[in-house]
Design a protein around this ligand. Sequence first.
Ligand code: TYD
Length: 407
Amino acid sequence: MTTQCAACGAATEVLLDFGKMPLANGFLAADQFGVERFYELRLACCPSCRLAQLVEPPAPALMFNDAYPFFSSTSRRMAAHFEELAADVLRACEGSTDPFIVELGSNDGILLQHYAMRGIRHLGVEPSANVARAARARGVSSLCRFFDLQAANEIVATHGQADAIVAANVMCHIADIHSAAAGVAALLRRDGLFVFEDPYWADIVAQTAYDQIYDEHAFYFSVASVERLFGRHGLELIDVAPQAVHGGSMRYVLSHQGSRRVSARVRESLEREEASGLHRREAIEGFRARVETSRRELLSLLRRLRREGERVVGYGATSKSTTIINYCGITADLIECIVDTTPAKQGKFSPGAHIPIRGHGEFAASRPDAAVLFAWNHRAEILDKERAFRDRGGKWIVFVPSVCILQ
Ligand code: TYD
């Protein structure tokens, strides 16, 4: 099946098809089971501009609204990462006496709070009203709307242009990417910097981290696709820096064309991607075969544990887990509940499979024999925090980069 690339319009082939999926963050109450929404989760990779993308992302307002259950401030590790990112961005603004920093998708203010505390001019743009309220409660200025060219023009009219624009795990969520990129170009000062991070397509493929593929992630960026996409809007990729968060991310630094020196790291990364064959059809076919193996192995491990009478829970009701659970066909008779620290998810049921979500206290209290680490990207933090589970013989099941019980 072919489709049209959302970035360059070229004919683009659908290479991965996960079938019918619920919304990844569509945690729901029992009386909502009958009205649950589903969509087709399919991924295409553009042979021309290199962009990996969802074929039909659901309408943004279905996913990002007043009931958005993802709060960024749930991980200590991520809090430290955002503090460093805030400091890096501020350092890049040192030429300005009164810097103005805008964050796209500012969520509960995990990053901007560092500017708010120091009286630095800032503005968060966040379409999900509930998380934007949490940010305001921290003293973070938050505009509750989707970011696009019109929003950018309005911000410029009210506050002036930005010295820096930052977005962490946000650009890949914006299906109307051309309007967002044009908005960045309009909002950014001539010598300003646009810094964004997203899960890196090369890491997703290399680690078979197919759970990163879900409705909210309209795009799966690589250095090559970012350079081309933003280049169409006069923004030049001037630096890249791999990040360990979210199971392998890339930080992209862009500026207006010709306004800054381009680091050699950009060319080196482009060459590395070309040499690895990341953008070739065979790479995706190999990925697809590993995804199918992963599904078979995870299901057979869970079924074996169940046959042996073991009780298994899920750890972390992540957005990502929705793809794994529904693609593998995992049901509540294999995983009795998923524990999560987020109050907005507790007492609800997982999208599609309707596995109950319980509070974190349930993990120690219910003494499961094994736990599937759905929040595998926080593995070091969680294994450290849950040492008692392993000490009493509890088994951690992981599936990235491959399915196994941690020894
Ligand atoms: P995250 O890994 O950021 O993933 P996604 O973007 O896929 O939703 O989500 C982390 C989820 O895991 C969030 O619901 C909070 C939960 N969590 C815990 O329950 N305990 C923990 O120790 C951590 C770090 C996260």
